[in-house]
Design a protein around this ligand. Sequence first.
Ligand SMILES: [Cu+2]
Length: 392
Amino acid sequence: MKMKFFPVITTSLVGLALSSTVSALGCPAPPPPPPTQTASPNNYEAAAAKPVPPKPSVQPLLPWPTPPKPYCNSKCVPIVRKSWRKLSDSEKSQYIAAVKCLKKAKTVSGLAGAKGMFDDFQGIHSVQTPNIHWVGHFILWHRYFLAVYENALRKQCGYAGAQPYWDWETDNASGLDMDDWPIFDSKTGFGGNGPYQDGANPFNIPNRSGGGCVPDGPFASPAFTVNIGPGTSTTYNPHCLARDFSRTLMGWGNQTGINWVWDTPNYGWFARRIENIPDFTVPNIHGSGHFGVGGALGTMGDAYNSPGDPIFFLHHANLDRVFWQWQWQPKNLPHSLSDVSGPIIPFDYTNKQGGNVTTTFQVNIGGLAGNVTLLDLLNTQSTTLCYTYAAP
Ligand SMILES: [Cu+2]
């Protein structure tokens, strides 16, 4: 049986941490705010779990920033990450060809189920899943993971571009059916939904509409298989890439949701809001791409193995872009390049079990790249990282 995001996180990982906050209805109450923040708005606690309801044609709260020169390493000539919608058909096919190449590139993780370097990324995410979600370093760990993936596409597979991002807020505002979104195109995109399958839906994912194998596009089986998982297993278990669209949960990824995450004074609040709480009745933009695409039965909805769906990297690139855009606002500089907080242990927002992360906290991604500190990852135009974003 597949282990999903919420069962795993809320029961086996942090059951103890959450048990005191579970209400009579069995829904986890929102965790209290992190204790070590400064300059937090007084009404944050109430606002934490109550995003403003969606309004039509919501405008971005923050303008597109230009990283100011004094903060940028002059030796870094950044590669430019663009929206998937803005790539030409030829750029799209070069990116997809590089992903397929990475699937065959020599594995370095030592994980039994990994048959190529793409699988290494999935497996290493799987192994670290218990330590990298609902923690202070969530967004920075995934930033590093993405940058190393982008580098692997370029170095191992001769890809000349940068990692594209999927601005789901644009797609959500387009009025098109999900099936017609450019990213799901079977010829120039990642293929679409799986056919509807009855199956377990313990968390009542609303309006799930698929669940079967992706039938078309470059990542349909048997040409492409997910080799690791489901759940915590990292042994070789080739199976099809599955998708299970939920239009309702995909809708969480809108401008209102982004604005809510942006409307925060410092890293601690930002990091908290970008994950929000594990409850399918409360919107969060990270959950949108995972459960909007993966639903109950799809690969993207499996917390451990979601990087087995190549679309994972475009979803997380958009989350990173949201973070990047917040960081480079003049009002957030320079603390946005030097301040981190949030718990080391998942959901430990009151620091009962451990401390908060600091800038010297180290992250690792197995054998894929060396260890780095959170400080190394804050600035995207420095020595460890060197990239920027183009507006959608
Ligand atoms: Cu993750």
